[in-house]
Design a binder for this molecule. Structure first.
Ligand SMILES: *[C@@H]1O[C@H](CO)[C@@H](O)[C@H](O)[C@H]1NC(C)=O
Length: 385
């Protein structure tokens, strides 16, 4: 008996050591897939174990609904290959508080997250905001701060309280095959928010929210966005920039093969009309389809969404080297291309090539102010450079 028992144990040991990766199932650590019991402790226990070892390790979340209060997964870790494999749905608290993050990773190097659904349950906070009451900003569903070498693949994120995914102070982050949804009237539910980060890829993803599908703020560099469907939402935006003093610039951004459906904006750059410094340079927009988009191509250096007490200085953010190639489809307003640039820092080296944007199947218009650029191929509406 004792002999066969030790044999069995040895077999188990053998099979787990020959597996490519060890796995920790959060249910084995006490999590309950009942949608009610807080699984923060099991998640943090799994993280602590994964972070301690220097061997690749998978934290497995099986099918079911797991309630999770606010958690922070903190590095630095010994482990450069922690993987979350999620088959279930992770559910946020339904109410709201002043906390800025729901699930946050900080100082992590070498992390991948596969599949899974995050339900931010933003409804009650949106209702508070829409009623014009004073409400907190709300928590970002999934955020990465000061992290690197991160992959997010096949994740679904719904109904965040604030941003769905935020990347701050991080590098080499790949986001692919994600699906992000929130209603078009939900306030501040940006899909993917990038700031002070470099080497970011977003591809093969579908994003429909109440705010920007993707926003790239101060200090975002070396970004590639490819094959993204956006809508509803406010479009793919660089900015807003130039609100705070001395912001870092935005540089080397490539956005290709994107489809916008019913969005407020398509390809947008927005800065405040304040005399701060900053820049946007080296931006390639190519192969975009616009389906009933209010502002398909827009540079707005008088950005001021509230419309109250708007600053009226020339924006100090210099915009240069921005190209638009093969942008087609329909504008929902008569002005399909708008370049409203800074009087003190005109936009320069703006390139247009092969543009065909129509308004109600008729010729649309272009608007130019303080902009210099060149054109090639066919340009409809006719360029105003
Ligand atoms: C621009 O960004 C891409 C990633 O999107 C990167 O591969 C490339 O090296 C960057 N170019 C420069 C000049 O930094």
């Amino acid at each position: 008996m004792a002999q066969s028992m030790s044999f069995l144990l040895a077999l188990l040991f053998l099979s787990s050591s020959t597996m490519a990766m060890a796995a920790l199932n959060i249910v084995d650590l006490g999590a309950k897939p009942d949608g009610r019991t807080d699984s923060a402790r099991p998640f943090l226990r799994a993280w602590a174990a994964a972070c301690r070892t220097n061997k690749p390790l998978t934290i497995y979340v099986p099918r079911g609904r797991f309630f999770l209060s606010q958690v922070e997964f903190l590095g630095p870790c010994n482990n450069k290959a922690i993987k979350f494999l999620i088959h279930g749905t992770i559910i946020a608290p339904a109410g709201y508080s002043s906390s800025m993050n729901w699930i946050r990773f900080k100082y992590v190097d070498g992390l991948s997250i596969y599949r899974g659904t995050l339900d931010g349950r933003g409804q009650s906070l949106w209702a508070c905001k829409m009623a014009g009451r004073s409400c907190p900003f709300g928590a970002t569903s999934l955020s990465f701060s000061r992290s690197k070498n991160v992959l997010i693949s096949g994740l679904t994120s719904i109904n965040s309280k604030f941003y769905h995914i935020s990347i701050f102070g991080s590098s080499n982050v790949k986001i692919r095959g994600v699906k992000i949804t929130a209603p078009d009237a939900s306030p501040n539910t940006d899909g993917i928010h990038l700031q002070m980060s470099s080497g970011i890829t977003v591809e093969r993803s579908t994003i429909g929210t109440g705010d920007d599908c993707i926003s790239m703020k101060t200090g975002t560099t070396n970004v590639r966005i490819h094959r993204v469907k956006c809508g509803p939402g406010h479009g793919i935006s660089i900015g807003s920039l130039g609100d705070a003093a001395n912001e870092a610039g935005v540089q080397n951004i490539t956005v290709t093969s994107v489809v916008f459906t019913g969005t407020d904006n398509g390809l947008r750059i927005k800065t405040w009309a304040k005399n701060n410094r900053g820049f946007v340079k080296g931006v390639t927009f190519a192969n975009a389809v616009m389906q009933n988009v209010r502002n398909p191509i827009i540079i707005d250096q008088n950005y001021c969404p509230s419309g109250n007490n708007c600053p009226v200085q020339g924006s100090g953010v210099k915009i240069s080297g921005v190209s638009y190639t093969n942008v087609r489809g329909s504008s929902a307003t008569p002005v399909a291309m708008r370049f409203d640039c800074s009087p003190s820092n005109p936009c320069s080296e703006i390139g247009l090539k092969d543009i065909k944007l129509r308004y109600r199947k008729k010729r649309a218009q272009a608007f130019c102010k303080n902009v210099r650029g060149t054109t090639a191929g066919f340009i409809d509406p006719p360029s105003c450079f």
